[in-house]
Design a protein around this ligand. Structure first.
Ligand code: CUA
Length: 158
């Protein structure tokens, strides 16, 4: 079978491009840990309030100075309703739902996740600008979905 030289050139060229892309992806994933954010941790949604991980909700400062926020979403509120974190410090959010699917978006920041009953959503972010931020539920969760919000206050770091 005769394959034209130019056809051959483009066949190998396309193959090389795919190989390069796969190589870059594998390099980033393996040596730099660049993978989609995932955190497969489960929790019994019926026992969220007594589960030791969620019994104490709010803001906690770790010995290394990093901050951890624990919150539970329920129809139609976030518990607690107001949190205060320092600016310029990594903040790890640990969130779950006590009933149905909810959303968790901090307006004006890159914080946005889904709260799936039975799972713990965890992500770490940093807030550079002090101020007051609105946290909204962005997944339709029932009749008062539009009234489900909380407040994040980012305070000037020391
Ligand atoms: Cu919770 Cu919408």
């Amino acid at each position: 079978m005769h394959v034209d030289i130019y056809e051959r050139f483009w066949m190998w060229g396309a193959g090389a491009i795919v190989a390069i892309f796969l190589g870059i992806t594998a390099f980033a994933a393996i040596s730099q840990g660049r993978v989609p954010p995932s955190h497969a941790e489960t929790v019994d949604p019926r026992n969220v309030w007594t589960d030791p991980r969620f019994a104490e909700r709010g803001v906690k400062t770790n010995p290394d100075g990093s901050v951890e926020v624990t919150m539970v979403a329920l129809m139609f509120a976030f518990q607690p309703n107001e949190i205060r974190v320092p600016a310029g410090t990594p903040v790890t959010f640990r969130l779950t739902s006590a009933d149905v699917l909810h959303g968790f978006q901090i307006i004006g920041t890159n914080a946005n996740t889904m709260l799936v009953p039975g799972y713990v959503s965890q992500f770490t972010t940093e807030f550079d600008r002090p101020g007051q931020y609105l946290i909204v539920c962005n997944e339709y969760c029932g009749l008062s979905h539009q009234g489900m919000f909380a407040t994040l206050i980012v305070e000037e770091g020391e």
